[in-house]
Design a protein around this ligand. Structure first.
Ligand SMILES: [Zn+2]
Length: 263
């Protein structure tokens, strides 16, 4: 059975795909944080870094004026009614694309999740290294964002944290293909066992946040899995070689509820 019950967080990194303005024209050898050009240029340091995103474009105002931004430090739990997460993923051919800020994995067949009875279609998965969300102030080696979108346009992002450990075979189709995608070309990933990309437990933290990249749009349903996965040191090094430091600092919680969902 391919249906796996899990709770997912909300969405980071979706932006690039949704806005389409972050794809680097440069790409190739060393996609840097500042690879994208034009009026939507932004990066992870310097004059176009996260503290300046809100002033780089009139479209990026939420990055500085928003009050429900992501990522956050998940440090506590509050008691709202949890919305169960169901993940309906199956093995599929995939393709890998570098957008200049991160490397994405897409599925060539439909995948999706249901959160609280609402269906969201899988759009793409990408990574941040190190992690963007922190757990009690602790940052992980990497964080993967599975971005989903509902028919009404609403976004739901499932975040999965990663720490160094044994080589993770199900993740190899992605990590092996990341270097070849650095030139801006679509790289076939072969068959990806999408359900096997997730940790065994789907317990997660749910909260309402934003895209973690410009335009930092809010209204994103976040599902951050509590249990990290392990990736081999070589796999993590491969990710960092493509995009290192592509992580937005944690943002103020501003009284938002973070709900622990045990499934
Ligand atoms: Zn992201």
């Amino acid at each position: 059975m391919t249906r796996k019950s899990l709770i997912v967080g909300s969405g980071l990194g979706l932006l690039a795909l949704v806005t389409g303005c972050s794809r680097s024209a440069a790409g190739a050898a060393a996609p840097s944080p500042s690879a994208s050009a034009g009026p939507h240029a932004w990066s992870y340091d310097g004059a176009e870094g996260p503290e300046h995103w809100g002033t780089l474009s009139s479209d990026f105002g939420s990055c500085s004026s928003g009050t429900a931004q992501s990522p956050i430090d998940v440090g506590g739990r509050s008691g709202l009614s949890p919305a169960p997460l169901a993940v309906d993923y199956s093995a599929s051919e995939g393709e890998i694309i570098d957008n200049g800020h991160t490397t994405e994995l897409r599925a060539l067949t439909a995948q999706g999740i249901t959160v609280g009875g609402k269906e969201y279609a899988f759009k793409q998965m990408h990574f941040h290294a190190p992690s963007e969300h922190t757990l009690g102030g602790v940052r992980h080696e990497a964080e993967f964002h599975f971005v989903h979108q509902a028919d009404d346009g609403g976004l739901a992002v499932v975040g999965i944290l990663a720490r160094v450990g044994a080589t993770n075979a199900p993740w190899a189709p992605f990590t092996d293909g990341v270097p070849a995608a650095a030139d801006g070309q679509k790289v076939p990933a072969g068959v990806v066992d999408f359900p096997a990309l997730f940790p065994a437990s789907l317990d997660h933290f749910a909260y309402d946040g934003s895209l973690t990249t410009p335009p930092c749009s809010e209204g994103v349903r976040w599902l951050l899995l509590e249990t990290p996965i392990e990736l081999g040191a070589g796999q993590l090094a491969t990710l960092r070689a493509a995009h290192a430091g592509n992580s937005r600092p944690v943002q103020p919680l501003n009284g938002r509820d973070v709900v622990a969902v045990d499934q």
